[in-house]
Ligand binder design. Structure first.
Ligand code: 4AD
Ligand code: MG
Length: 466
């Protein structure tokens, strides 16, 4: 197969390529015919937002196939990189040869030149990566994934792979997908008295993981600093713009780190990721600023520079109670903060990202370390303007007696977590960690309002297409 030059490379060093003969391969974005027998074809290959203008002339030997070079078709163009007299680009390609890989019938091609709604594009998730917005979001997501590994690898963390199928419900919220090979339409042969798991694949209840944290703790208590980064699943029946049933989470876990250390790592992490996006996804960020969210560039600059506010849950509740904002959910100490409260704090009170720490014990899972007041736990939620919570983390309960008490209070059977308890019996040590939702992060750095646009194939209640 002939090898082309990524269009991003051409735009990256225009002087170097001027006068050179190159091949580009991609999809036709638009096509315009001039009266002078010249056809302007904009080709995009996904390497960058901008397409390359290809000039095709009707007296060349490819003239016969030009009629089929319509929006959406896949082509190869070979020619000389030339200075462009036109507006909007410095270089263009004067085509000497054009090859049509696959045409696209203009009458039926679902992506027309106009702006389509995100709802419509979700129905054509096999074609929407070719749009500017979805393509840019996919590039930013890719760059961020790499930056996540870089951040941890450069700081001595080990990348571990926690299981996707698990027997534990880390967050204890019961929002778990069951994994079974049993046929729900076939009753058990032995009737209702039969052990329902006897004939099942794992011979016990099994689920898709909601978090790799508990298993990451095992490795933190052996390798020191570790992280896991993979898909997680929640059967949360919330149809919101920030919830998915399948999403990607990054979870570092660190031995000999308390909540303050955890917070420091999390803030450095967010700042690093924002800087990478600002420095290395400039063109895409500029696009999002222009078409999706005009405040985005300023918000990112601010997040890269500003120090994050750190405030206790108790103080946050006081601020919310004193505010004159008419909240739908009334505020009292002990309530779970709602999206409206989070937005008020980050957007109106702090004007930037904020970390809330020390939440009521009753609100949080069994594994969080109980504070000396015995009413709160060493938890942290990091909130950003627009998106709300992007990170949830905590110092873990390393004291055996206290862990057992937490499990008793929350009704978690100790038998199911023998191994987790043993980590407190054999060489227990203070440790902390957090989870960052990749899609929430991509939303934050792109300004894309709905989480369904920052993942290729969104899974939400009632939707598992593609
Ligand atoms: O706050 P969460 O539930 O924390 C945990 O799962 C911990 N075990 C993490 C840890 O300490 N290792 O989830 C962490 C983050 C949230 O802050 C949010 O960004 C994201 O995961 N998240 C979701 N993203 C999309 N859709 C959902 N349904 C999400 N639920 C959580
Ligand atoms: Mg949370």
């Amino acid at each position: 197969m002939e090898k082309g030059v990524p269009i991003a490379n051409l735009f990256g060093d225009e002087q170097k390529w001027l006068g050179k003969t190159v091949i580009v391969q991609g999809w036709v974005k638009t096509r315009r015919d001039s009266k002078a027998g010249v056809c302007f074809i904009e080709v995009n290959d996904g390497s960058t937002l901008k397409g390359l203008q290809v000039l095709a002339e009707e007296d060349k030997n490819y003239a016969g196939l030009l009629a089929k070079v319509t929006t959406g078709s896949a082509i190869l163009a070979e020619g000389v990189v030339s200075a462009s007299p036109g507006k909007g680009q410095r270089i263009e390609l004067r085509a000497e040869r054009i090859h049509l890989y696959g045409s696209a019938d203009p009458a039926t091609y679902p992506l027309q030149k106009k702006r389509h709604s995100f709802e419509y594009l979700r129905q054509i998730a096999h074609l929407r990566p070719r749009t500017n917005t979805l393509g840019a979001a996919a590039r930013v997501r890719s760059r961020l994934s790499f930056a996540i590994h870089q951040f941890f690898q450069l700081r001595g963390f080990h990348y571990i792979h926690t299981p996707i199928i698990t027997a534990s419900d880390c967050e204890g919220a019961g929002e778990i997908f069951r994994v079974t090979t049993l046929d729900p339409t076939r009753p058990l042969a032995g009737g209702v008295s039969e052990d329902p798991y006897r004939g099942d694949f794992f011979a016990r209840p099994a689920f898709l993981t909601v978090s790799g944290q508990l298993q990451a703790e095992i490795f933190a208590l052996a390798l020191g600093k570790v992280y896991t980064f993979g898909p997680t699943f929640r059967a949360e029946n919330s149809n919101t713009s920030r919830h998915l049933a399948e999403f990607w989470m990054v979870e570092p876990e660190m031995a000999f780190h308390d909540l303050g250390d955890d917070l420091e790592v999390a803030l450095a992490f967010i700042r690093h990721l924002v800087e990478v996006v600002l420095n290395e996804c400039e063109e895409d960020v500029e696009f999002f600023g222009r078409f999706i969210d005009s405040e985005l560039p300023a918000r990112l600059q601010n997040a890269a520079k500003s120090s994050f506010e750190v405030i206790t849950y108790t103080d946050a509740v006081d601020i919310l109670k004193r505010s004159r904002e008419g909240f739908v959910y009334p505020v009292e100490w002990g309530i779970d903060l709602q999206a409206e409260h989070e937005r008020y704090l980050t957007e109106k009170v702090f004007g930037g990202p904020a970390a809330i720490i020390d939440f009521p014990r009753a609100l949080k899972p069994f594994y969080m370390r109980v504070n000396d007041d015995e009413k709160t736990v060493a938890a942290m939620d990091i909130l950003v303007p627009g998106t709300g919570e992007i990170i949830g983390g905590s110092q873990r309960e390393e004291r055996l007696e206290m862990l057992l008490e937490q499990m008793r209070l929350k009704g978690i059977p100790a038998d199911d977590y023998r191994w987790y308890i043993e980590l407190r019996e054999f060489g227990s040590a203070p440790h902390s960690g957090f989870g960052l939702g990749l899609e929430r992060l991509v939303q934050f750095v792109t300004g894309i309002p709905n989480i369904r646009e920052v993942i290729a194939f969104p899974r939400t209640p009632g939707h598992a297409e593609f």
